[in-house]
Design a protein around this ligand. Structure first.
Ligand SMILES: NC(=O)c1ccc[n+]([C@@H]2O[C@H](COP(=O)([O-])OP(=O)(O)OC[C@H]3O[C@@H](n4cnc5c(N)ncnc54)[C@H](OP(=O)(O)O)[C@@H]3O)[C@@H](O)[C@H]2O)c1
Length: 249
């Protein structure tokens, strides 16, 4: 995929899948905007990538910050063609009778409201330009209850519905909306899951996780027409045929 001339805004770009996605998009020729709360980490990554990257401190739970991040991206790079809604959180992990309700709500704010905030802020710009691609990181947890992950499962199920809604309302206007379910990926999130010791995912051997550059490369592929079969739907990296099609493994 050649993304020369395109601009991508990636949320949660301070580490893990988001940081690898920023590297992969820049390598494919895109200009990138790196969004996360950890300003030092995104600034360091922008320095590593070079002129084509700008770091924008932003908390995706606050709409006005996301709107400002889109404006800053457009001012720096001249437009916005691709949004990657990647920022996410899994903690607090715990069963429903024990979990702190406010901390439960924080996960919804990041994983569900944060995704809506990204879509809502990017849409006017993209619709004005005649189209754009909005990719959201989903999860198998959207479709399958997983012990002690009620906030995460509910938020990912909701985020998948937002991708379907976006496709329903805006495909005809040129918006490509897709979700990526990466399987388990070797990042800080899996370290936190392992530390919890609850449920079968926490007991997986570390070697079971795919490296973060796999979802990053899948996201680059999803920007092309080859992925149009999946519009309004989910690309799952647990699918061996699809992995082969993308050139992973
Ligand atoms: N790892 C897996 O096995 C796996 C599997 C399926 C799906 N996913 C999904 O993939 C995405 C990336 O996860 P990861 O594994 O790379 O996790 P990670 O290493 O924990 O990274 C999470 C990223 O989200 C950012 N973030 C969290 N809250 C934010 C907020 N309020 N505003 C802005 N940024 C925020 C963090 O940056 P700051 O803290 O600097 O803000 C960080 O860059 C998530 O949506 C996750 O649910 C992961």
């Amino acid at each position: 995929m050649d993304l020369t001339g395109k601009t991508a805004l990636i949320t949660g770009a301070s580490r893990g899948i988001g940081a690898e996605t920023a590297r992969a998009f820049a390598q494919a020729g895109a200009k990138v905007a790196l969004v996360a709360r950890s300003a030092d980490a995104t600034a360091e990554l922008a320095g590593e990538i070079g002129q084509s990257a700008v770091a924008i401190p932003c908390d995706v739970t606050r709409y006005w910050e996301v709107e400002k991040a889109v404006q800053t991206c457009v001012a720096a790079h001249g437009g916005l063609d691709i949004l990657v809604n990647n920022a996410g959180a899994i903690e607090p992990i715990g069963r429903m009778a024990e979990i702190d309700p406010d901390r439960w709500g924080d996960v919804i704010d990041i994983n569900l409201k944060g995704v809506f905030n990204g879509m809502r802020a990017a849409l006017p710009m993209m619709l004005n330009a005649g189209g754009g691609t909005i990719l959201t990181i989903g999860s198998g947890a959207a479709h399958r209850p997983t012990e002690a992950w009620s906030a995460y499962c509910a938020s990912k199920a909701g985020a998948f519905m937002l991708t379907r809604m976006l496709d329903l309302e805006y495909r005809a206007a040129g918006i490509r909306a897709l979700s990526l379910s990466p399987g388990t990926v070797a990042t800080q999130m899996q370290r936190d899951i392992k530390a919890s010791g609850i449920n079968e995912i926490s007991r997986l051997d570390w070697s079971a996780h795919i490296p973060p550059d796999w979802p990053a490369r899948a996201l680059v592929w999803m920007c092309g027409t080859d992925a149009d079969d999946y519009l309004g739907d989910e690309v799952s990296l647990r699918d061996d045929d699809l992995r082969a099609r993308i050139g992973l493994g």
